[in-house]
Write a protein that binds this ligand. Sequence first.
Ligand SMILES: [Zn+2]
Length: 314
Amino acid sequence: MHKFQVLHDGIYCIDSGYVQDEYAAIYLLREGDEVAIIETATQHCLPRLLEVLTELAISYQQIKYVIATHIHLDHAGGIGAMMEIFDQARLIAHPRGAKHLIDPAKLIKGSMAIYGEETFKRLYGDIKAVDESRVDIAEDGDIYTVGGRDLLFLDTPGHARHHFCIYDAKSKGIFSGDTFGTSYPVLHYQQHGLIPSSSPAHFDPEAMNNSLDKILVYQPDYMYLTHYGEIDQPAAKAIELKQWLSDMQNLCQKLNPVDKASRLKLESALRQMTVDKLAGQVCCSEAELLALLDTDIKLNAQGLAVWWESTLNE
Ligand SMILES: [Zn+2]
């Protein structure tokens, strides 16, 4: 049985098993008889979620909402499979993401371009479409309720244009998707060092900065990271994230990553920056750190380069 963590106020953090242990979370929020699932990982992770539902004595019919913070497939890949099984559930989607969940052809194509066909199939399997009649589109500031408990949807571009964060007033926490960076428990960060996620194709550091300010206005006590788990004292940690963003922008300025050679330089500079910034915060070797973060660093470098080119074309 794959375990889950009971956080507080009816929130559970379930380890989806995507890629490796404690890498991508599926959150479950329960209030009264109703349940929302926030983040879906991939269809391969569904059996784990179903086991947890059995353990918590939650029926499939109690799932009121399925939500993904954005449509990158480590968050949204399992939506179609979940919606088939949770036949009473509605999907809450971002205005920019909804059409790609209703017709995932473009999403699949875009993701295959990043990962390659073979890796894509291994990671994500089949991406199932969701019937349009079961999709609610959440505009910025919309509130949906679960058992009478308010969930506030906040448009938070930066990591992606189709990203929202969800503020849960009861727990004073925010389901931050990839807006508040990543922090893997396996690295045993002493202080949960965070790394911004600048993956392609619509990363925008200024938008991310604004989104960080926007969510901190709610003075949250917790962030529920998809990668991975709950962190506290978000206001203090946002300062580090903002510094990273600024340093990443400066790296682009310096290296002008517009061709293969300069992009490789950017990637290795990011690798070094990661080692430097996390020094003293991890209790694993540098080699282990870089092995775990290899994909993230490559994606971050790609996303930064795409963003940099877009600023040159403005
Ligand atoms: Zn993402």
